[in-house]
Design a protein around this ligand. Structure first.
Ligand SMILES: Nc1ncnc2c1ncn2[C@@H]1O[C@H](COP(=O)(O)OP(=O)(O)OP(=O)(O)O)[C@@H](O)[C@H]1O
Ligand SMILES: [Mg+2]
Length: 430
């Protein structure tokens, strides 16, 4: 009988025949130094500008770009260059865990999140702090924690709760009713001063995923960020990541206008850069010299033309296509677009089948109407729903640009089919 171990071995052997150690179309935001060295392409000017901001004294700015253009990866790439130097004559930055704002969070919970990641970020440097400052931090931690659990890094007791940070690596603090917003901001500013004094460093906080598509209530985001004004004027640097209109939205009320520097706008990679990025991925996963690219140039060009700059989707789709080729034991060679068309349709069909009936109806309507807004009567009729229901469905669907994308026509907001639904519609399979 074949054992589980044999199956695993066979799986690896099959992949080896392709010449790779794993699916070579890697599709995660890059994080590690090795990944940047081997996989990252382009963006030199933007990286230079990122660092120029600190020298020019900018304390708050946005990284803006459309869906999947590479914002998180760019942020990680820049941060990977920032190290706290032993020699403290140069200026240093302490990077907190990145926060993703959640709509349901109260302002206080949001601030506690910020306080929590800030306290955590300083832990590795605690030995450099003056005794009195260690004590102050200890007190701040104690005020915001229930003193009943494991020992914390300053020698006190700190329980662990979970929060909304992107990484989940460390301990956190417990909210208490006594904490007012002013109180928390005040303590944060105090922490900023300590870090400035003892570590000659600034604290760098990033809020990610602020896109309109990801967080519907943008007014709330602005309100939350306005609370952080005091930090921007002290020793903190705040970076906000979202879509291309992020800065203008955040500063529309005026309160934040004067504190924001120019945004770093990430435009889509060029086709050449995309192809180069794919080449680098293949090489990175290859285990022998003469590995065959599983997918030909015409496939890459096609994906690129479909994705409108969203390389997150493009890499993800390539990954899925290869997985299918691999699972279905396709012979080892380079496949062209016409070879893999059925696979593209199959993947897109699965995505479509995963939607509920009302969503499918909307997608079908768009395959003939092409582009429309929820106020479009023809669209409402085709979908058999009211304007407000349609608005709700479209706003949900457009969170996933493979389904529906949001765009502008004559300054009006319109929706149209997303990448995968476009593939289905082109093949008349909807
Ligand atoms: N400069 C680059 N070089 C090579 N690969 C990149 C580059 N930028 C991004 N990628 C790849 O593109 C994909 C999308 O990147 P990332 O997740 O950073 O985009 P994003 O803009 O943050 O997406 P989202 O809008 O979903 O938050 C990832 O697979 C990442 O590895
Ligand atoms: Mg991202």
């Amino acid at each position: 009988m074949t054992s589980g171990k044999d199956y695993v071995k066979k799986g690896f052997e099959d992949m080896e025949k392709w010449g790779y150690s794993r699916n070579p179309y890697l599709h995660h935001p890059l994080e590690k130094k090795k990944e940047f060295d081997s996989l990252f392409v382009g963006r030199e000017k933007e990286i230079r500008n990122f660092f120029k901001k600190f020298v020019s004294g900018t304390h708050a700015f946005c990284i803006e770009g459309s869906f999947g253009v590479g914002k998180s990866t760019f942020k990680n790439r820049c941060f990977s260059e920032i190290k706290v130097e032993e020699n403290r004559d140069v200026f240093n930055f302490i990077i907190t865990d990145t926060i993703s704002v959640v709509e349901t969070e109260s302002p206080r919970e949001f601030l506690i999140d910020i306080l929590r990641v800030t306290l955590d970020s300083i832990k590795p440097y605690r030995e450099y702090l003056k005794e009195k400052n260690k004590k102050t931090l200890f007190e701040i931690e104690n005020i915001v924690t229930k003193g009943d659990a494991k020992g914390n890094s300053y020698g006190s007791n700190i329980p662990i709760i979970h929060g909304q940070r992107e990484s989940t690596s460390s301990t956190s603090v417990q909210p208490m009713n006594l904490l007012t917003q002013d109180f928390i901001i005040n303590r944060l500013i105090k922490i900023g001063n300590i870090v400035r004094e003892d570590l000659k460093a600034r604290i760098l906080i990033t809020l990610n995923n602020l896109e309109k598509e990801k967080v519907n209530d943008q007014g709330k985001i602005t309100t939350l960020i306005e609370m952080l004004r005091g930090l921007i004027f002290s020793e903190f640097i705040l970076i906000f990541i979202g879509d291309l209109q992020l800065k203008s939205r955040l500063t529309s009320s005026g309160r934040l206008r004067s504190v924001f520097g120019e945004s770093i706008e990430l435009s889509p990679l060029s086709l050449d850069e995309f192809q180069f990025a794919v080449d680098r991925r293949l090489k990175y996963s290859a285990i022998k010299e003469n590995y065959a690219p599983p997918l030909g140039d015409d496939v890459l060009e096609y994906m690129f033309s479909k994705c409108g700059g969203d390389i997150r989707w493009a890499f993800n789709f390539l990954n899925n296509v290869f997985e299918e080729i691999f699972l279905e034991d396709y012979p080892i060679r380079t496949y062209s677009l016409s070879d893999i068309e059925p696979i593209c349709i199959k993947i897109s069909r699965n995505t479509f089948n995963g939607l509920d009936t009302s969503e499918q109806k909307v997608i079908r309507a768009f395959s003939t109407i092409k582009s429309a807004s929820p106020s479009d009567k023809k669209l409402q009729r085709a979908c058999g729903v009211t304007r407000s229901t349609l608005q709700k469905i479209l706003s949900d669907l457009s969170k996933r640009p493979e389904l529906i994308v949001r765009g502008k026509r004559d300054r009006k907001q319109v929706y149209s089919l997303g990448y995968e639904m476009g593939i289905l519609s082109d093949s008349e399979n909807l």
